[in-house]
Design a protein around this ligand. Sequence first.
Ligand code: SF4
Ligand code: SF4
Length: 280
Amino acid sequence: MAINKDWFVKKINGFLMKDNANKLSFDDRSLIFNANTIVGFALANDPIFDKYKEIIGEFHLTPIEAFKKFCERNSRESTFKDLSVVAYVLPINEETKKENFEYSKEMPSVRWAHTRLFGEQVNQKLQKYLVNELEKEGIRAVAPMLEKYIYKVNSNIWASTWSHRHMLYATGLGSFGLSDGFINPRGKAMRCGSIIVELNLPSDASKRPSDPYKFCTKCGDCIKNCPVNAISFEKGHNKHKCSEHVISTIPYINEKYGINIYACGLCQVGVSCSSGIPKQ
Ligand code: SF4
Ligand code: SF4
């Protein structure tokens, strides 16, 4: 079977439609993520991945470095030549976005909090599913985020050794915005994932905008929505201020919704880039 863009889109959308993990359990069992993904490819030896070491930090792994760790851990051989990154977007349900915008100007709504917790579980389950489906076709793949010897988070600077959003940029799926979210044709309100596949897939690097903030119109909607002024035109996204607020939501979510998670996302809802690329 040909492993191409269509194959990935069908596998991801099929998973989102069928797997019960992608259903909101507490009310109408509607989908956490719409079965309407977009997928991009980049070759593992694309120079952008070396640039990420300068932009994000030396700790951020190139796909080749991550795949080498996978091979070493599993005693496998590879030429590391036919390797690609596959990245995808999981758009958040419209009703969830609407509710989070209308519900409060400070604390997240129940659907948003559930999406934050259970949506990430869906995302990780999906990565595992894709790796298994590729293995059935005799193709090796690794989901860096699922491997503890590859994926590490530095909580002091809120940065990890593998950034899905940077994989989206590398694979030509959109650009960053003022609030650090990723603006793409399905909108900034999304979660995203990426895996490394031992295949030479046709790169989407030519779709990558040279300006990493190309699709942000600087409309300022996200600045207005942020309850703690963590976004500004002058300084962009203040990660420290943002994380302080996000962490402070834990007791509220715990008490009101009975789940243990932090969430906010008010900069992703009711803004011009929530559901697509805004008009320039
Ligand atoms: S809301 Fe406006 S300023 Fe903020 S990231 Fe989106 S386009 Fe940029
Ligand atoms: S997640 Fe919340 S606190 Fe952080 S920048 Fe967005 S609106 Fe502000």
